[in-house]
Design a binder for this molecule. Structure first.
Ligand code: SF4
Ligand code: SF4
Length: 423
């Protein structure tokens, strides 16, 4: 494994967006008649399932596939299960999707199921993993991972998104309350918060240590926060949790606070939507809402070859279906008109060196990508630092030959993981 001097040549060219000083309330999207929930476990036809098509579900009910399943989802509505089927992600990994037919009269007339929530992390992990913001409760509750620092992110990680800044501006007291709740639940000694340096928050964060992050991308990515504010270098192939640091969005923190107050789950996710003309909308939609319902609400017409990007422009991934549902960790959705989608190419690298100059991890990207194009993943990791990549996407952004470098890198890491698992 190569160990390179890390982050020595960073000249980011792109600035994060800043939330408006006095933002409007998000536009509420009505709960649709069908919701789609994703469950991070594949269907196993040899086992008897706990849930099946036609079953009735309550609002707030925990849904698992099998008795021994550790993965679950929570139904945001009362209704019936309309379908259970295989879902494949962009790498071909399979999991499961459930369609819940919403019984409007039951959903609006009934309170959500209440849970026996105690001030400990195992209790939260039992019911609250799918709250808006996707709190990393599985990590915090794991006996195998020792977390000593929690970083609450009010600074959004990708460009164009202002979801977590908005929450910090509007719900500062709940974030402070959430920090105390997390301290009690996890007994983690150190709590910090990231805030964009140009953002003006009245009143401050009291005893929580504040990291003012630069407006220049990719300062808010976890690897950069570790380096710039916690004086830690993320080793190749490691995650922040391996260093004892857990990142949690501002939205996840306030969702936890609300859940503990009501002893039940919340389901309204706040998203930043970027329309075809670059117009930004802030919306509140129930988890499981198909994206087309949001596009319809803003009269955004989706043509066949338009591209829907889940996440920001640098780190997002494309889905070609407007039926893709709102997810607990989905902060940003961008829709690009088919006529303005930048073309990728199969042109060879012209050795311009732009990718090397911009890479914050100092990776020889031009050579790395050749190994990835040739499916030589072990060599890419051992000789050309694939695993040191912090997945900022800057190399792909500047590439003269328009090589989809970022996609190659994500696929390369995925294939490497599979190769090692097989070995
Ligand atoms: S995505 Fe590209 S620029 Fe960013 S760290 Fe990885 S190789 Fe470097
Ligand atoms: S930016 Fe693209 S074309 Fe230029 S050296 Fe890197 S991979 Fe090659």
């Amino acid at each position: 494994m190569i160990k390179r001097s890390f982050f020595t040549l960073t000249h980011p060219r792109l600035n994060y967006d800043l939330v408006e000083p006095d933002p409007k309330e998000p536009e509420s999207i009505p709960i649709p008649s069908n919701l789609i929930l994703l469950l991070n476990e594949p269907i196993d036809s040899t086992k008897e399932a706990l849930i099946k098509k036609g079953d009735t579900v309550k609002k707030g009910e925990k849904l698992r596939l099998y008795t021994e399943s550790r993965e679950y989802t929570i139904s945001p509505v009362a209704g019936t299960i309309g379908a259970i089927d295989i879902y494949s992600d962009d790498f071909g990994n399979t999991s499961t999707y459930l369609v819940i037919k919403n019984d409007q009269s039951q959903t609006t007339g009934t309170d959500s199921i209440t849970y026996d929530l105690k001030d400990d992390i195992a209790s939260a992990d039992e019911y609250l993993r799918t709250l808006p913001g996707a709190p990393p409760l599985k990590i915090l509750a794991s006996n195998d991972i020792k977390i000593n620092t929690i970083v609450i992110t009010c600074a959004d990680t990708d460009l164009l998104s202002t979801t977590n800044q908005y929450i910090a501006l509007k719900f500062l007291d709940q974030i402070k309350e959430g920090a105390q709740l997390l301290k009690r639940m996890t007994r983690v000694a150190k709590l910090c918060v990231t805030v964009p340096e140009n953002m003006n928050i009245q009143g401050g964060f009291d005893t929580i240590q504040v990291f003012k992050t630069s407006m220049e991308y990719p300062s808010n990515l976890p690897a950069m926060v570790l380096k710039d504010h916690l004086n830690m270098v993320l080793p190749a192939g490691k995650t922040p949790e391996d260093l004892g640091v857990c990142f949690m969005t501002a939205e996840a923190v306030i969702s936890l606070v609300k859940a503990y107050k009501t002893k039940s789950a919340g389901f309204e996710k706040i998203l930043t939507i970027i329309g075809k003309q670059g117009t930004s909308y802030r919306v509140k939609a129930t988890i499981g809402t198909p994206l087309r319902k949001i596009f319809n609400a803003f009269s955004i017409h989706v043509n066949e070859q338009d591209r829907i990007v889940i996440g920001g422009p640098m780190k997002g991934f494309a889905t070609y279906t407007p039926h893709h549902p709102v997810q607990p960790d989905m902060d940003t959705v961008i829709i690009q008109d088919r006529d303005i989608i930048p073309e990728l190419s199969d042109n060879p690298c012209v050795n311009c060196g732009k990718c090397i100059r911009i890479c914050p991890a100092n990776i020889p990207v031009n050579i790395l990508v050749r190994y990835l194009e040739a499916d030589q993943y072990d060599e890419a990791a051992d000789k050309y630092d694939l695993e040191s990549c912090i997945e900022c996407g800057l190399c792909a952004y500047v590439c003269t030959a328009r090589i989809p470098i970022y996609q190659y890198i994500r696929l390369g890491k995925h294939e490497l993981f599979k190769l090692r698992a097989d070995a």
